[in-house]
Design a protein around this ligand. Structure first.
Ligand code: SF4
Ligand code: SF4
Length: 60
């Protein structure tokens, strides 16, 4: 499992990418995307997202 970014709501601020300990967040077509194979579910990105558009495995 992995955390997931809702592309419709992401404002591409980059806060999540800055805090990800495994650098598995990147920018694709002006939105941030989480590499599902590399995410270790630490939850750091979810805590800093200003628009709450990141969900954990238990919320999907
Ligand atoms: S949950 Fe942790 S490892 Fe996964 S994308 Fe967010 S910051 Fe990175
Ligand atoms: S912190 Fe939230 S709004 Fe900002 S780039 Fe990441 S997912 Fe998008």
């Amino acid at each position: 499992m992995a955390h997931l970014i809702n592309r419709d709501d992401c404002v591409n601020c980059g806060a999540c990418e800055e805090v990800c300990p495994v650098s598995c967040i990147s920018e694709i077509e002006e939105k941030r995307v989480i590499n599902q194979a590399e995410c270790v579910d630490c939850g750091a990105c979810k805590e800093v997202c200003p628009v709450n558009c990141i969900t954990g495995p238990d919320e999907q």
